[in-house]
Design a protein around this ligand. Structure first.
Ligand code: FE2
Ligand code: FE2
Length: 253
């Protein structure tokens, strides 16, 4: 599926969810732990940070910028693994382009955070060694085709709904790029499956199914934040509807 086709599929999901979900009032208290939703591709080997001092919309954006910066390493490592596995040059080049996009995202989302008084923690990584084709395929299936791709859908939602002009403008660029990264993940998925035997293919598909189930679970337990409208984040109910529609549309794609 091309980036343009994925974009129109995501627009269709957003419209479907907008029709089905009645508007709700944001809560007054912030949840203790609020996972960031649109934040690029998490690299294997990322060191867990303490985010307990990062509150409010600025804190959310600082956590997001932290993971955007980590995504640079994720795509550079992916490009190195693709090279090691003898993947076509255009896939390696697309992974490198995604790394360049993530540099821009890290800077632009960090600027949004700093404008709100928050500073993103610099990501620390213990990069894993180059992995086997099946290992890279399994991670791409879960992290690229599900988590980052769903993040792209949420990013598109934010680019439409954010009340803050600076967030809406930044998320337009971020969402566009993240959709391209999701399209790359799907292309990589097809490439990997074509090179794996039947049993390995089934294990990779099972990993994707598992990631979709985890996504639904995460969306189900997501709590709403008082400043969700400023950032254009979906309300908890809408997020679950988005995750369900994402799973249905991807299963049919
Ligand atoms: Fe990103
Ligand atoms: Fe990305």
């Amino acid at each position: 599926m091309s980036s343009a086709e994925l974009h129109s599929l995501f627009r269709k999901i957003l419209m479907r969810v907008a029709v089905d979900t009645p508007p709700s009032t944001p809560p007054t208290l912030e949840p203790l732990e609020l996972p960031t939703l649109c934040d690029g591709r998490h690299p294997a080997g990322i060191v867990h940070e303490d985010f307990s001092a990062l509150h409010g919309s600025g804190g959310y954006l600082a956590r997001m910028a932290h993971f955007e910066a980590a995504s640079v390493a994720a795509f550079m490592h992916l490009a190195a693994e693709l090279d090691d596995l003898g993947a076509p040059l255009n896939l390696i080049e697309q992974a490198k382009q995604a790394a360049r996009d993530e540099v821009v995202h890290a800077h632009s989302v960090a600027a949004l955070a700093k404008a709100r008084g928050a500073r993103p923690p610099v990501p620390r990584l213990t990069p894993p060694p180059l992995r086997t084709l099946e290992e890279v395929a399994a991670e791409n299936a879960a992290e690229g085709c599900v988590r980052e791709a769903f993040g792209a859908l949420v990013g598109l939602y934010q680019s439409v709904h954010a009340k803050a002009d600076d967030v809406r403008a930044t998320m337009r660029t971020v969402a566009q790029d993240e959709i391209a990264h999701a399209a790359l993940s799907f292309e990589l998925h097809r490439h990997f499956l074509s090179r794996l035997d039947g049993e390995a293919r089934a294990r990779v598909e099972a990993r994707r199914e598992q990631a979709l189930a985890e996504l639904l679970h995460r969306a189900f337990s997501f709590e709403d934040a008082p400043w969700r409208d400023e950032l254009g984040l979906p309300a908890a109910d809408a997020l679950f509807d988005l995750a369900r529609a994402f799973r249905e549309e991807l299963a049919a794609a």
